[in-house]
Design a protein around this ligand. Structure first.
Ligand code: G1P
Length: 276
């Protein structure tokens, strides 16, 4: 039912400079795999069949990563290293790319997917948030919620007070056992956040979002904010918030990026102990 997903990956990664001068933050390694690889795997597990990645001119390494390397495959085969072919297998999913010519924000990046989405509901996964360790968390949870009510769905996590100013934070209207109905969203509240429920980069939208994105004016820094379009849309359509449980890492925060790598190291150690 939700077959298409967009992954916006065109930003400058200013929070992670200087490395992001040359290495896209989406390719930061977590273990030996880049962050975006985990996000594509999450999309596949959520039932997605087609992905549109929004890139910018310095992000060609992303499309290189998801392409086959025939040269490397031949080398491995000819040098008795065929067992490593498994390691360079790319996720089995159709990936397309579109360039965002101007850094006009997340809302503008999503708008570039208008013809890709067509009349279908679609998912958005922000690649600086990764979920590790469990297969059925993240997008799969949003897809199950969408299947029940066909409403827009937002992935939420409870975040410590001091970190809320880095996120969109929702004001809940009510909560039941299945979901939290969203009343409104405040983008990066500097003070008095309306709750501790942060928007953590997983969304399912009905295609009406494009109508609202087209009407959204750029903010003071010239960016079209997805949150502004969502707030306008909330006057007409419901958003169900779903709590994403499990190990979530925001890799644009150094301490969480390091913790994500520690998590992978510990899981590999555990696997190796079982093998030995
Ligand atoms: C974006 C969204 C914000 C959301 C966050 C999640 O902000 O605008 O609402 O909470 O992603 O990572 P960004 O991190 O791109 O500044």
């Amino acid at each position: 039912m939700i077959k298409k997903a967009m992954i916006p990956a065109a930003g400058y990664g200013t929070r992670s400079l200087p490395i992001t001068k040359v290495v896209p933050k989406e390719l930061f390694p977590i273990g030996n795999k880049p962050a975006i690889h985990y996000v594509v795997e999450e999309a596949v597990l959520g039932g997605i069949e087609e992905i549109l990645i929004v890139v910018s001119r310095t992000k060609n390494m992303i499309s290189d990563y998801f392409d086959r390397s025939l040269e490397l495959e031949t080398f491995l085969k000819q040098n008795n290293k065929s067992h490593l072919l498994e390691k360079i297998k790319i996720p089995e999913i159709r990936i397309q790319y579109i360039r965002q010519p101007y850094a006009r924000g997340l809302g503008d990046a999503i708008l570039l997917g208008k013809s890709f989405a067509g009349n279908d509901p679609f998912a958005v996964l922000l690649p600086d948030e990764v979920f590790l360790g469990q297969e059925n968390i993240g997008l799969s949870q949003l897809v199950s919620q969408y299947k029940k009510y066909r409403k827009n769905v937002l992935g939420l996590s409870r975040v410590e007070e001091q970190k809320l100013s880095s996120y969109g934070v929702i004001s809940p209207e009510y909560k039941n056992d299945e979901f939290i109905k969203v009343a409104s969203i405040i983008e990066k509240p500097k003070s008095n956040p309306p709750s501790n429920l942060a928007v953590i980069g997983r969304y399912i939208f009905n295609p009406t979002i494009f109508h609202f994105l087209e009407k959204t004016k750029p903010d003071g820094s010239g960016e079209i904010q997805l949150t502004d379009a969502m707030n306008a849309m909330l006057q007409f359509e419901d958003y169900d918030g779903v709590l994403i449980e499990g190990e979530r890492y925001d890799i644009s925060k150094l301490e969480e990026y390091i913790a994500a790598n520690q998590y992978i190291q510990l899981s590999e150690d555990a696997v190796n102990r079982k093998i030995m």
